[in-house]
Ligand binder design. Structure first.
Ligand code: ATP
Length: 270
């Protein structure tokens, strides 16, 4: 069971250079996750405890998972990921045990960064606590909080959680000693979008007519994941046309296609 829901990556390959437009967020993650892992003695000497857990919140596909992977990479920590929805929906009745397993695996692989995606699935404001499904969710969350309370502040295990639905969260998990550092990860502004286009075209054979400034303007409201999809799709347009060089119009057509798909299926848009 454990192996199927927990994703363990001993050396994640994402670096800070792969992330565009999240300068401030990166700095905060470094301060709250990287520093305690790399220089725990600083916190001892100053006499404060590092934040227990960091919560990243914002729309889908904006780089939350990337941030967590990059900090694990930077600190040579094992990256352990689990999705909140899998904790409670995949193996009914197993949630609390899976949380215990999660921390056990982290302890066996110190230093480790635990990343819990979709934390809202186990920590949302209860709508109707009488149903048994909710009781299971509740137990899973209590287990998570007790693991967090229990582990030492020595700093070799750090916890990052992420959610797209901040408004749904149970305030109990945001109390001091829990997820007490909140970092908003928004969709990128024009400057960030340009950077993300540059990152995702690094290995692409881009023609001279491609104007990155214009691409950033074009892709208004796009997330990083959308931009990645546009770049891949632009490459596909070139291939369909039997070319190995990608033109500006390929990107424009790709953007049109991605938008049309998002209109058809709003739930799949990212
Ligand atoms: P979700 O909430 O859906 O889990 P997320 O915020 O964790 O999404 P990621 O998984 O980090 O999003 O991003 C998905 C993909 O989109 C990344 O693998 C990357 O290719 C691209 N991407 C997203 N944000 C950025 C960014 N800021 N810079 C570069 N690439 C990005």
């Amino acid at each position: 069971v454990r192996a199927r829901v927990m994703q363990v990556d001993h050396s994640p390959s994402v670096t800070y250079e792969d992330i565009g437009g999240l300068e401030e967020q990166m700095n905060e993650v470094r301060e709250t996750v990287e520093m305690p892992l790399e220089r725990p003695e600083m916190f001892d000497q100053v006499g404060i405890e590092p934040p227990s857990g960091v919560l990243l919140y914002g729309p889908p596909g904006t780089g939350k998972t990337m941030l967590a992977k990059a900090v694990a990479n930077q600190t040579d920590a094992t990256f352990i990921k689990m999705a909140g929805s899998e904790l409670v929906h995949k193996f009914i009745g197993e949630g609390a045990k899976l949380v215990r397993d999660l921390f056990e695996v982290a302890r066996e692989n110190e230093p480790a960064v635990i990343f819990i995606d979709e934390i809202d699935a186990i920590a949302s404001k209860r709508t109707d606590s009488k149903t048994s499904g909710d009781a299971e969710v509740q137990r899973t969350m209590m287990q998570l909080l007790s693991e967090m309370d229990g582990f030492s502040e020595r700093g070799d295990i750090r916890i990052i959680a992420a959610t797209n639905r901040f408004d749904m969260l149970d305030p109990a998990i945001l109390r001091p000693g829990r997820f007490d550092r909140l970092i908003e990860v928004p969709k990128p502004e024009a400057e960030g979008r340009e950077l993300i286009f540059r990152i995702h075209t690094r290995d692409m054979n881009v023609a001279d007519d491609v104007d990155f400034d214009a691409l950033a303007e074009m892709a208004e409201d796009a997330s990083g994941a959308d931009i990645k999809a546009v770049c891949t799709e632009a490459g596909m347009f070139a291939i369909r046309d039997d070319r190995t060089e990608i033109y500006m119009e390929d990107f424009e057509e790709a953007w049109g296609k991605i938008q049309a798909e998002a209109d058809e299926d709003p739930d799949a848009s990212r």
